[in-house]
Design a protein around this ligand. Structure first.
Ligand code: LMR
Length: 335
């Protein structure tokens, strides 16, 4: 007669196995390339807090800052393979995936203020763009608008002519490449994680990013000049692996969608203040001279660069550009 003890042992092992499997939280690896204290790092941590609180232990969000898990050029493939579940890249990093439409957001002087950005990315145009990701096994959850890119360099920049012959690090975007070529500069695609050293060693002279990235990634330490050009959109498309997302229990997915909506509101609420505070901190450091453009000077930049809109229209599609113009009232002929 099988000993009662062995039956009890089998049952307890079964019970332990069942309970430990049941209690295993669903793990979401959220990887990104900027600093933990940059707006994206803060919003990713905020999403983690909300998701874990509201899912009551059923979900665990692991946030990987500063490219420690995957860097530019690696993270998209890792997402498609399911090695990571969530990313928040800039629009300029979708081109290599064949999603050229996203590069429309890289056009110089497309937006005049952050309200215009919200009107486009948080509205029907943004929704349509996120919908395109499904063709790549990716789901787009939200846009996080981080305001504007500024120019930094080790040579003073005040006029379009000042860019001539300067080497600039860029994201993997053909539209950004066209922007710098139009200024007779020399664009060089490079992962964000390599920018500090490339500036420090002179491999490149300059780069473009919002002040929060310039400060939090300490790029100001290796850049003598920061020109407040507000020349390009800076923001993120928050994306997830489609198979992972569709495979979630419906209640968990609803909880995560709610957490993402609140994290998006949080990001869009803090972005301007974070960038303003970063600018003040860069000024206080005394390491970088801040150049403020007059409205006349900014108009000259706009005139020099607006031709990129038409030159690159075939790449991302004339229709989405005209939808953006309609949403913002932008008229390239009235400059
Ligand atoms: C970049 O220049 O690559 C950045 O804008 C990266 C980021 O995610 O903010």
């Amino acid at each position: 007669m099988k000993s009662i003890a062995s039956v009890l042992l089998a049952l307890s092992l079964l019970f332990c196995g069942a309970t430990s499997n049941a209690q295993q939280p669903i793990v979401i690896k959220f990887s990104h390339v900027v600093a933990a204290d940059a707006p994206k790092g803060k919003a990713a941590e905020y999403f983690k807090k909300l998701a874990e609180e509201r899912a009551k232990g059923a979900v665990k969000v692991e946030v990987y800052h500063n490219s420690i898990l995957f860097k530019d050029g690696e993270e998209m493939e890792a997402l498609q393979l399911g090695s990571v579940q969530m990313l928040a890249p800039t629009p300029g990093k979708f081109g290599p995936l064949g999603l050229r439409t996203f590069e429309v957001l890289d056009l110089p002087f497309l937006f005049d203020d952050i309200e215009e950005e919200h009107r486009v990315t948080q509205g029907p145009v943004g929704k349509r763009m996120l919908g395109l990701l499904a063709t790549k096994g990716i789901i787009g959850l939200a846009f996080w608008d981080n305001g504007f890119k500024e120019m930094t360099s080790n040579k003073p920049i005040r006029t379009p002519e000042d860019f001539k012959g300067q080497k600039f690090r860029i994201q993997s975007s053909k539209v950004i490449e066209a922007q710098f070529k139009t200024l007779a500069a020399i664009p060089q695609v490079m992962a964000y994680s390599e920018v500090y050293q490339a500036l420090q060693t002179g491999v490149v002279d300059g780069q473009e990013n919002p002040t929060s990235n310039v400060y939090q990634s300490k790029l100001y330490e290796v850049q003598k000049y920061l020109t407040m050009s507000d020349h390009g959109y800076h923001g993120y498309a928050v994306i997830v692996n489609q198979k992972f997302w569709d495979g979630l229990p419906a209640d968990i997915r609803a909880t995560l969608e709610g957490a993402m909506k609140d994290a998006t509101d949080y990001f869009n609420r803090i972005a301007k203040q974070e960038n303003d505070e970063a600018l003040a901190a860069i000024r206080r450091s005394g390491k970088t001279e801040v150049v403020m453009l007059t409205s006349e000077e900014r108009k000259r930049w706009k005139k020099a660069l607006v031709k990129v809109h038409t030159e690159m229209a075939d790449r991302f599609g004339k229709d989405i550009l005209s939808d953006i113009y309609k949403a913002t009232g932008f008229d390239p002929t009235r400059l």
